[in-house]
Design a binder for this molecule. Structure first.
Ligand SMILES: [Zn+2]
Length: 398
C-alpha cells in the first residue's frame, strides 16, 4: 500500500514549478523563502556581496560591545545564554563571548535524537574549556513517536529536534532571568532566505513558526498526531513533556525582556571554515574521522546519527541536499569555484546516509519498505522522474 499523508506540510505545495539555479553558487530556487534577483543571483550570494562590500564590521563590533555592556552583570551570575551543540559554530560563539568579550555564558543543549561518539566528545571538550552546560534530553518514548509523525507528515524526523532547539533555551532564559540569547548564524542570511530578515541582529518569536517550524505550530502537530493514524495517544506523554517543544508565549518573552534569537553572524563576518579552525585551536574540537555521507566535509553537523536523513529528505523534497549546503557556503566565501562546487555536487549530492539507516528505522519503529514508501511520497513531479527504473532529478545543477 502506498503511503498517503495529510496536509500539514505547507512548503512543498508552494515551490516554484520551474527550477532555476543560482548563476554564482549551487543553490536553486526550490529552497523555501529564497529570492533571486534579475541577474539570476540568489539572496545568499547577494548577502555575501553585501557583507563583503557594504557592512562596516568594526561598526558592527561596536554595536556588539554596546549590546553586551547592556547585559553584562557584575554579580557573577550568567549574563548570556548560548544554545550549543558543542559544534564548531556554537563553540565559536560561546568561546568568543567568554574569552574575548568577558561575558559569563551559560551554554544550553537540546539533545540530538541519538548522539554520535564524536558529537558527545565535542560537547564535553567544549564544556571543559570553561562553561556550565544544561543538557535537556526529552522523554524518549514520546520523542520517537513525534519523530515518526514528523518524518511521515512533514518529511523530516529531525523537526522534533528543531522545535526543542529553538524553544528550550528560551524557557531557561525566562526562568533563570537571562534575557540575552545568542545563536551563531542567521539562516535567512547565511543559507539564502527571505532578504527581509537577512540583515537583522535578532529574530523575534513571531517569525519562528514560519521560518523554523515549517509553518506548523507544535499544537497543530500534536492534535494531528492524536487524531490521525496511530501516531500518538494521550497516554504517551504528560503535559510537562510538551513544554520544551514550543516557545514561551510572546507575553512571557516580553515580560522577561527577551527580544528574540540574537545572531552572532550579524556582528561578526560568518565563515564556517574559520569557526572550525578556531575551535580546533581553542575548544579541542575534533572533526569526524570519516567523511560525512552526502557531502565532502568532515566538520559540519556531526553530533546526531539521525540528521543525515534530514538532509536526505530535503534532497527528495527540494532537490537540495547536504553537499549543496557545504559547497554554496564555500563558493560564497571564496574557498571553492562554482565549477569545483558542481564537481563535488555530481559526486556526493544525494548520497544515501547508509551508516545509520538501521538505527533510523529502529528509532522510528518502521520497516524499510515503509521508509521508501514515505520517501517516494515526497518526490514532487516537477523535480523527479524515473530513468530506466531509477529516480533522477529532472534539472540537476550544471
Ligand atoms: Zn547563489
Amino acid at each position: 500500500m502506498t503511503f498517503q499523508r495529510g496536509n500539514l506540510e505547507r512548503q512543498v505545495p508552494n515551490l516554484p514549478k520551474e527550477v532555476k539555479w543560482c548563476k554564482r553558487c549551487v543553490i536553486s530556487n526550490q529552497r523555501p523563502r529564497i529570492f533571486f534577483n534579475e541577474e539570476g543571483i540568489c539572496s545568499g550570494c547577494q548577502n555575501t556581496d553585501y557583507k563583503n562590500n557594504d557592512v562596516d564590521w568594526d561598526q558592527r563590533e561596536q554595536e556588539l560591545v554596546q549590546l553586551l555592556d547592556k547585559h553584562r552583570r557584575n554579580d557573577g551570575y550568567w549574563d548570556v545564554i548560548v544554545p550549543s551543540s558543542g559544534g564548531k559554530d556554537s563553540g565559536f560563539v560561546a568561546h568568543q563571548l567568554r574569552y574575548k568579550y568577558g561575558m559569563n555564558p551559560l551554554t544550553v543543549t537540546w539533545a540530538p535524537l541519538a548522539y554520535t561518539d564524536i558529537g558527545w566528545q565535542n560537547l564535553q571538550s567544549n564544556i571543559n574549556t570553561g562553561f556550565t552546560n544544561m543538557l535537556c534530553t526529552p522523554n524518549g518514548r514520546f520523542q520517537r513517536k513525534l519523530a515518526r509523525l514528523c518524518f511521515e507528515e512533514l518529511g523530516d524526523a529531525f523537526h522534533v529536534f528543531v522545535m526543542g532547539q529553538v524553544s528550550y533555551p528560551f524557557h531557561l532564559a525566562v526562568k533563570l532571568g537571562i534575557p540575552l540569547v545568542f545563536y551563531g548564524e542567521n539562516g535567512e542570511a547565511e543559507y539564502a532566505g527571505d532578504p527581509n530578515f537577512a540583515d537583522k541582529p535578532y529574530k523575534p518569536s513571531e517569525e519562528w513558526v514560519n521560518q523554523h517550524f515549517k509553518g506548523v505550530t507544535f499544537r497543530e502537530l500534536l492534535e494531528y498526531g492524536l487524531k490521525n493514524k496511530d501516531y500518538l495517544s494521550e497516554d504517551d506523554y504528560a503535559q510537562s513533556d510538551l513544554i520544551f517543544y514550543e516557545p514561551p508565549s510572546v507575553a512571557e518573552l516580553e515580560k522577561a525582556g527577551i527580544l528574540g534569537k540574537h545572531f552572532f553572524s550579524y556582528y561578526h563576518k560568518w565563515i564556517p571554515q574559520e569557526n572550525y579552525y578556531y575551535c580546533v585551536e581553542n575548544t579541542a574540537f575534533k572533526p569526524n574521522p570519516m567523511r560525512t555521507e552526502g557531502t565532502y566535509s568532515k566538520y559540519a553537523s556531526l553530533d546526531d546519527k539521525m540528521d543525515g536523513f534530514h538532509y536526505y529528505l530535503r534532497y527528495i523534497k527540494f532537490g537540495l541536499g547536504r553537499c549543496m549546503e557545504d559547497a554554496t557556503h564555500e563558493i560564497r566565501d571564496g574557498h571553492l569555484t562554482r565549477e569545483e562546487g558542481i564537481a563535488l555536487m555530481k559526486r556526493y549530492e544525494g548520497e544515501f546516509p547508509q551508516r545509520y539507516f538501521k538505527e533510523f528505522l529502529e528509532y522510528l519503529d518502521i520497516t524499510e519498505e515503509h521508509f521508501w514508501d514515505v520517501v517516494d511520497s515526497w518526490r514532487a513531479e516537477h523535480l523527479w522522474h524515473k530513468v530506466e527504473g531509477e529516480w533522477k532529478l529532472k534539472y540537476p545543477v550544471e
